[in-house]
Design a protein around this ligand. Structure first.
Ligand code: FES
Length: 213
């Protein structure tokens, strides 16, 4: 699984954490003893990526940000690059404003992820996985199981899971994102949590008097 790619991209010449990010970093690093602060590499990569999203509209992690993290954590830069390129949630190249992550693993596939993919292509004007739309609004990638199979198929938009998707609900979601709306994440069919379609079928008839505190 590789990070989404555009054909060419420019790396920024400088990177510095802003005040918001510094506040988050202070909390993160407080979790680790000084000698183990390298354990904060993944959370700091997230902080950097989110800052890029906040400031530029494209949530990605430039190499200079990885270098900044390496310096902050006392690590060799290559060790930060290794982490950032291993996990597909880190984008090492610029992406669109919204990151559409289509789960194509077996449970989602059996439940119609091909239709979610088709809807993303049609409504987002995307050619396929790895593509960014010409207007820069969407980037689409295929991801492996998101751990939400019980409500498959899942479309992850940035950090939000949209569940029980089909062609029409995906188009509707994408059109809403284009209008600047952010529909509530979760099941689009109104399923309660991960209860069976049609509602809960168990633990329905326990008289409250029998429930021990
Ligand atoms: S297979 Fe898609 S969430 Fe598990």
């Amino acid at each position: 699984m590789s990070a989404p790619h555009s054909h060419t991209h420019e790396e920024p010449a400088s990177f510095a954490f802003d005040a918001d990010s510094e506040a988050q970093i202070a909390k993160i690093l407080a979790r680790y003893p000084e000698s183990k602060k390298a354990s904060g590499v993944i959370p700091l990569l997230y902080v950097a990526q989110k800052q890029m999203g906040r400031l530029t509209g494209s949530a990605w992690t430039p190499r200079i940000a990885m270098d900044t993290i390496a310096e902050r954590l006392g690590m060799a830069p290559i060790r930060v690059y290794e982490v950032a390129t291993f996990y597909f949630m880190f984008n090492t190249k610029p992406i669109g404003r919204f990151h559409l992550q289509v789960c194509g693993t077996t449970p989602c596939w059996l439940r119609g992820s091909d239709e979610v993919l088709r809807a993303c292509k049609d409504a987002g004007h995307l050619k396929g996985y790895g593509d960014t739309s010409e207007d820069g609004i969407f980037t689409m990638t295929e991801v492996e199981c998101l751990g939400g199979c019980v409500n498959a198929p899942i479309l992850q938009v940035d950090d939000d899971y949209y569940e029980d998707m089909d062609y029409d609900s995906t188009v509707k979601l994408i059109e809403a994102l284009k209008r600047g709306e952010r529909p509530t994440p979760g099941s689009v069919t109104g399923r309660q949590g991960s209860a069976p379609i049609g509602g809960a079928e168990t633990v329905l008839d326990i008289p409250m008097a029998d429930v021990k505190e």
